[in-house]
Structures are given as C-alpha cells and as structure tokens.
Write a protein of this length. Structure first.
Length: 116
C-alpha cells in the first residue's frame, strides 16, 4: 500500500529543525489525489513562508514525491521566531491531514538527541 510519510525532527529543546516528506498516498490518480494535494500545498506554503516572511532562502529541496524543509543553523532571533511558528504550523497541518486520512498519511514527530 502506498503512503505519504512525514518525519518531523526537533532539536533537544523542542523546536522543529526539519520536516521530511516522502511517498505518494495512492488515494487517487495523479492530478486528482486530494491527499497528495493537501500535503503538497502544506509543504509548499511552509517553504514559501520561510522565504517570504523569515527571509530564509534555499531551505527546501524537492523531488518526485519528496520534500525536505530544513532550517539553517545560523538565523537571527527574529528569523528563528518566525521560522518556529511556520514550522510548528506546518506540523499541525500535516498531523491534521494524517488524522483525517490515517491509512494514507503517517506523521512521525521525534526529538533529535543531543550530543551532550
């Protein structure tokens, strides 16, 4: 069975550092798949908002059925604050899609372990 997998990586203090989305839902034919569309619009909105609102360019990479959104290590306090809201909002959106379509979307939210 096809499925979209989203993996949320957080740093040891809680903020989202990256969101990696891969796969296809298989809910409907390409171009008519509302689940793939919902996940795609959520991810592209996040990438666009990071660039437009936080001034963070080049935070995402993409391919067929794949997108990685990763925050840079160096950000100003303002950028970090804006990016945090965008990333958390994106996680909420992805989880809501997953709650509505659990057979087609899996969201794994994990904390990155510190090297301390």
């Amino acid at each position: 069975m096809k499925m979209i997998n989203a993996v949320i990586n957080r740093d040891s203090t809680g903020p989202v550092r990256s969101i990696e989305i891969s796969g296809h839902s298989g809910y409907a034919e390409a171009g008519a798949d509302i689940i793939c569309s919902a996940v795609s619009v959520t991810a592209y909105t996040a990438a666009g908002a990071l660039e437009s609102l936080a001034g963070l360019k080049g935070c995402h990479t993409e391919g067929d059925g794949y997108m990685l959104i990763r925050l840079p290590e160096k950000m100003s306090d303002k950028q970090r604050s804006i990016a945090s809201v965008i990333m958390e909002t994106t996680v909420i959106g992805l989880k809501q899609i997953g709650f509505s379509y659990p057979a087609y979307v899996s969201v794994k939210d994990e904390e990155v372990q510190s090297d301390d």
